[in-house]
Design a protein around this ligand. Structure first.
Ligand SMILES: [Zn+2]
Length: 533
């Protein structure tokens, strides 16, 4: 956030520029690609679409717009019903006010303020009606015996609620830790745990607790198919205000502050039985619904390889209409992820008007990403083309074109041969490939590419690069703090670098062309944990 320049000074500066650089000072019109990209973002994130909530009329209006664009690009449908693939879902709304909880410890019973200090989350699978269980602290909650780290080892989880803290050992890669977090609830339930409370250190907080409280009132969703849920049985899941998390540790011989210091330093955490017993009553309403993924294809040029597919994806849904912030209740999701849908459409245009790649390309726009990657998970387990014909996925979810594109970070690039394709394409464009600046943020499992990775398909996830301590770091941080998952991620936000957004599309197009034209399919690198799935 820069300081305002005094008006007179700004005028002088503008005059100087106009004298020295009469042509450059005139605002350049956008290139056709950038203009179309912005037109698509604008149409999708328009207030008329009411934030594109999964299952809503606004989502369907956005879907109709995308189908119109697919038709204009001459791309044939590749869903199960034209461009559509209907995804069966269950919606769950946790009534935080009607639910309640107490913690009974060495100094008696205290009430936990549900909806304020503790939020019962609504996704992943059904919540139980009640829980009455002792608490056990299991550190980071990461089950990684292959990496010499196992927070489940030697702990009796049966009938317990596990308490975990975000983060993990520094010497284990972010992708591997992310994978373990994704599998965590399933593993805990299999070992007999009845629930989990996830804690974060104040430094790990991305969405301020004040906003998280509002978001907890939104409906959660999970797939109707029990096999595709986080847990097959009802399972309690909750988060706790970092400011209040110490309450859970009273009488345990450990303080939250001590554990925070260890986690922020990526040091080993102790495991211990906590003094408290949690009793909770959970009031939730559930209903069935469906919402479609959208799929189009560009047929490949090679008679044999055209039977194989490279998937380009992003998500069409966002958070809908919710609690108003500064008088605005529409969560437009302009960057999250209208920008990614517009990128997929831009890439479709580039590929459809260029030299046709040998393999076919699928353009997949998923529903219910914000509800836990549900549309992509459904697609990856029920693909609209034979599963073994999908050779790779490249995904866009908030690439964040908020500065000049000089570098990209691409979660997944260290795991498969796609990393070499990325570097070969980025080099000639003068774009550097940099490491994930915030590996503990878990982005690898927090976007739709992960549904493909989970099914053994190599994937990449594209983001504008930045480094810790750089001005871009501050821009990114401020954007997350102020706009991420809030109504101000809208079309009025300043600082969107439209030409740089489509420059990233050009890079990803080049990556897709390399992959789609290669004789062999992409493969996992030796040593990647994802290759064994
Ligand atoms: Zn999002």
């Amino acid at each position: 956030m820069s300081r305002p320049i005094p008006a007179a000074l700004a005028m002088l500066a503008a005059m100087a520029v106009s004298i020295l650089l009469p042509r450059a000072s005139v605002a350049q019109p956008l290139s056709p690609a950038a203009a179309q990209w912005w037109a698509d973002v604008s149409a999708l994130a328009d207030d008329a679409n009411q934030g594109r909530m999964t299952g809503s009329p606004g989502y369907m209006r956005a879907a109709d717009y995308v189908i119109g664009r697919f038709r204009k690009l001459g791309l044939p449908p590749a869903g199960t019903d034209g461009y559509l693939q209907s995804v069966p879902l269950v919606q769950q709304i946790v009534d935080q006010d009607a639910s309640g909880a107490t913690l009974t410890g060495t100094s008696g019973t205290q009430v936990i303020a549900v909806g304020s200090d503790m939020l019962i989350t609504a996704g992943g699978g059904p919540r139980p009606g009640s829980v009455n269980a002792p608490l056990v602290f299991i550190g980071y909650g990461l089950h990684l015996p292959g990496q010499g780290h196992d927070d489940f080892a030697g702990i009796d989880l049966k009938g317990k609620v596990a308490v975990v803290l975000g983060g993990g050992p520094a010497d284990i890669s972010g992708a591997i830790k992310s994978n373990a977090r994704y599998e965590r609830n399933r593993g805990l339930a299999q070992r007999g745990a009845v629930g989990v409370i996830s804690l974060t250190t104040p430094k790990q907080v991305e969405i301020l607790w004040q906003r998280q409280k509002l978001l907890a009132r939104q409906p959660g969703m999970y797939l109707a198919d029990t096999a595709l849920r986080e847990t097959r049985v009802p399972f309690f899941t909750a988060t706790f205000d970092p400011e209040k998390s110490q309450e859970l540790f009273a009488g345990s011989g450990h303080s939250f502050a001590e554990l925070v210091a260890l986690a922020d330093a990526s040091k080993p955490l102790p495991h211990f039985a906590m003094a408290g017993r949690l009793k909770a009553r959970i009031v939730a309403r559930r209903s069935q619904l469906t919402s479609p993924n959208l799929v189009a294809k560009l047929p490949g040029s090679d008679p044999r390889l055209a039977r194989e597919y490279v998937v380009v994806s992003s998500h069409l849904d966002h958070l809908g209409v919710g609690a108003p912030i500064k008088g605005d209740s529409i969560y437009n999701g302009a960057m999250d992820d209208a920008s990614g849908v517009a990128a997929v459409l831009d890439i479709a245009h580039r590929l459809a008007t260029g030299k046709r790649p040998r393999r076919s390309v699928l353009f997949a726009l998923f529903t219910a990403e914000e509800k836990g990657l549900l549309g992509s998970r459904y697609f990856a387990s029920h693909p609209t083309v034979p599963k073994r014909t999908i050779v790779a996925d490249v995904n866009f979810d908030m690439p964040l074109p908020l500065w000049t594109l000089k570098s990209v970070y691409v979660p997944g690039e260290a795991e498969s041969s796609l990393g070499a394709d990325l570097r070969a394409a980025a080099g000639p464009m003068g774009i550097a490939v940099v490491p994930d600046p915030m590996p503990d943020r878990n982005v690898f499992i927090r976007a739709d590419q992960y549904s493909f990775v989970h099914r053994g398909i190599p994937a990449l996830f594209f983001k504008f690069g930045f480094a810790k301590g750089s001005p871009e770091f501050d821009i990114e941080h401020a954007w997350r703090a102020n706009r991420y998952h809030s109504p101000s991620d809208d079309l009025a936000q300043p600082g969107i670098h439209k030409e740089d957004a489509v420059k990233l599309d050009a890079l990803v197009t080049a990556v897709i062309e390399r992959v789609a034209n290669a004789d062999g399919r992409p493969h996992w690198l030796a040593g990647s944990i994802f290759g064994k799935k």
